[in-house]
Structures are given as C-alpha cells and as structure tokens.
Write a protein that binds this ligand. Structure first.
Ligand code: BGC
Length: 386
C-alpha cells in the first residue's frame, strides 16, 4: 500500500470514527496525526487536546493508557492503533501508542517502557501469543490490568479481558461461502481447493482455520473437494507473520507443481486479505486456468479493489471502530472498578483459564454489499477505492 493512500485512508477512517461515534460517548473533536514510518508515537500532550465531553461513561481522568500494536506493515493495525488512540483521548485518557515492527523483543521492550513510564492499563495486540508472559508478570506485580486486543495472549494470568471479533465465525463464514458458491451439496465435483492461513503464533489462526475447516473437512473427506498439493494440516498451510510475499512464494510453488498443466484450481481458502493478496499475485503471474474463488478477511483497500476487479471473491469486514469503542468502554469500566456486561465467558481459554471476552460481529463483504458497508458507513471514501 502506498503511504500517501494509507495516510489519506487513516484520516478518513478517523474522521468517520469521530463523526459517527460508534457507540463511544466521548464525542470530542479530537484529531490525531496519521501514522508515520517510525512505528512509535509519543503520548499526546493533553494540554493541547480538546476536553472530552462530560457524558456517559467515558470520563477518564487523564490516566496514561499503553496501546501496543504488532506492526504498521498491515493496514488494519494502523487503523486499530489510530482508532484506539483517538477514542481513548476523546474519552479523557492519555495514550502511549507503539507499533512493534512485527519484532517480539521490540514489543516486549515497548511494553516494559509502558510499565516503567507509568501506564495504568495496557491494551496489547500481540505479535506472538506466547511471548509476553515474563513482561506481563511485571504488569501484574504493578497492578496494571491488561486487555488482550484482537489476539489472545496465551499462558499468563496477567490478562484481565480479551476484546476481539468472533474469530470462529470468520472462518465459518469463509467455509460456508465456498460451500454455497460451488453448490457442494448438489454439484458433482470434484473441485480443487488450496488452503492458506496465517501465522502459527497467532491464536486467532486456530479459530479462522478451525471455523472454516469444520465446514469444509466433510467435503474433503468425501472427495468432493480435492487438495492436490496435499497441504491441509494447519502447520502446512501457515504463513509466517501473515506476510503477503510468503503466501505468494508458497502459492507460486503450488501453481507450478500442480496447476501448470491446464488443471483448474477452483477455490482458495485464504484466511485473510494479506495472504489473499499473495495468492492473487501468484495467480496473476503464473496461472492460466479459470480464475478460482478466493476468500479473505479485513476488507483492506487493495483487496476491496481486487473484489471490485473480480480477482477476490469475498472478504470479512471487521469494523475496527467498533472494536476500539468497545475497548474504550472496557478501559473506562476497569479504571472505575465497574463490571463489564455482555462478555463471553466460555470460548477463549488462554491456558490459565477462560478470559472474559467481548466478541464484535464480523460482517460478510463482497462486490454486492461493499459500497453499503464500507463507503456508506464512512469507513472508506469512494476515492480510496479507485
Ligand atoms: C487478525 C486479522 C488479521 C491478521 C493479520 C489477525 O490476528 O485478527 O484481522 O488479518 O491478524 O494481521
């Protein structure tokens, strides 16, 4: 993604967030500079800030909240970070927002600095779910609550809450889309399927892959779906860091070994948009058969363009404004010692017990509804997608 476009996009998303409110009662006139290249952002100087409105539950007393995001390399984390910062500031908090360049030691040291810098609560989207136990022990010893953001942080009892989208439902929607598109219950088949999922250290992968495979596995078992590469197990279809180029190289190898002799590839289950982009790049470069169905997730700009161009079949819209506003509510409740209602207390066990979770709803997106859900809602401007 071009940086200029991303900046424009973030500004639009941010303004839209502030205009529509998305359940956040703060409603201030906060503005935040678009993301730059540095992957770190200093806490806002609150003296320059417009005061948060005295309304509802969002009346923070200026406490410093640490927000740790995995990387600026993928569009969604920029949006998540900026939405969180804008909404927390509008609610009366100061924010230390950091991006960790997908590097685990960087994320650990950024969190250490947040703890020593006086953050009263941490919101963390981890790079690798299992790598934060030691640093979060320090948070626990300092009575700093932790909200796991989008990705569950595993094997530490320092995590108080988890806020995410319903990740199993994401995978399930992708699987069901494939069943419907190929009419798997009636068509004779067989159809050729290949599978691409994400980083093995991201706990969400278990749910994306699991949700989709619970739908598709029976058709693989019956022979209606055939995976010519034989790569079906989660470990075989993983993509380190969810990187587009890694998905692309693996897919180029699959095309040249199994689909270069005129054999049609009917469908690709790609767990998200960054990997779907790699698949589409590989198909464009090396594949000559009929264009397959390709799934995705996130509604990244490049992928929505591919949906409009007929190169990707669907995505899943995860409105990061909703997630941010829910997390701001959680932060506010925790800071005031209040209960948080409407949590799932069954699904997400991080190895130390179930973490109470708030699940936002993922929304199916394709060429027929993208305008309504992405443009009419103010998430993107029409010009972003041209
Ligand atoms: C998120 C997805 C995202 C992926 C890669 C996952 O943890 O839930 O929305 O596509 O990470 O950034």
């Amino acid at each position: 993604m071009k940086k200029k476009l991303l900046s424009a996009l973030l500004s639009v998303a941010l303004v839209a967030t502030l205009l529509v409110g998305c359940g956040n009662n703060g409603g201030g006139t906060e503005t935040t500079a678009p993301a730059d290249d540095t992957q770190t952002e200093a806490p806002a100087d609150s003296s320059d800030e417009a005061p948060a409105e005295e309304s509802g539950s969002t009346t923070g007393g200026g406490e410093l909240i640490g927000v740790s995001m995995p990387t600026k390399d993928l569009q969604r984390w920029n949006q998540d970070g900026e939405n969180m910062k804008a909404q927390l500031e509008a609610a009366g908090y100061e924010v230390d927002l950091q991006f960790a360049s997908n590097d685990i030691p960087t994320q650990v040291s950024q969190i250490e600095n947040m703890i020593s810098g006086g953050c009263k609560l941490l919101v963390i989207a981890s790079i690798e779910g299992d790598s934060l136990g030691t640093v979060l022990q320090q948070a626990k010893e300092n009575d700093i609550p932790v909200i796991a953001y989008d990705r569950l942080i595993m094997n530490t009892d320092a995590v108080s809450y988890y806020a995410t989208f319903d990740n199993y439902l994401v995978g399930q929607k992708q699987g069901e889309f494939i069943v419907e598109q190929l009419d798997l219950d009636n068509a004779e088949g067989p159809f050729n399927l290949e599978i691409v999922t994400g980083d093995p250290g991201d706990n969400n992968v278990n749910f994306f892959y699991g949700g989709a495979m619970d739908v598709l596995q029976p058709y693989i078992d019956s022979g209606k779906l055939v995976v010519k590469s034989g790569q079906v197990e989660k470990a075989d279809v993983a993509t380190a860091n969810w990187a587009t180029d890694a998905a692309q190289s693996r897919f180029e190898a699959i095309i040249s070994s199994y689909y270069s002799d005129g054999t049609n590839l009917d469908v690709v289950l790609a767990s998200n948009d960054s990997t779907a982009l790699g698949v589409v790049n590989a198909l464009e470069a090396n594949y000559t058969g009929e264009w397959p169905i390709v799934t995705g997730q996130d509604c990244d700009v490049a992928n929505v363009k591919n949906i409009v161009a007929g190169k990707q079949s669907m995505s899943i819209f995860k409105d990061t404004r909703d997630l941010a506003s829910k997390v701001v509510e959680m932060v506010d409740a925790i800071m005031k010692g209040e209960d948080i209602a409407g949590l799932d207390t069954e699904t997400y066990d991080n190895g130390t017990g179930v973490i109470p979770s708030y699940l936002c709803e993922p929304v199916f997106a394709d060429v027929n509804n993208y305008k309504e859900i992405l443009i009419d809602s103010g998430y993107y401007a029409e010009s972003d997608l041209q």
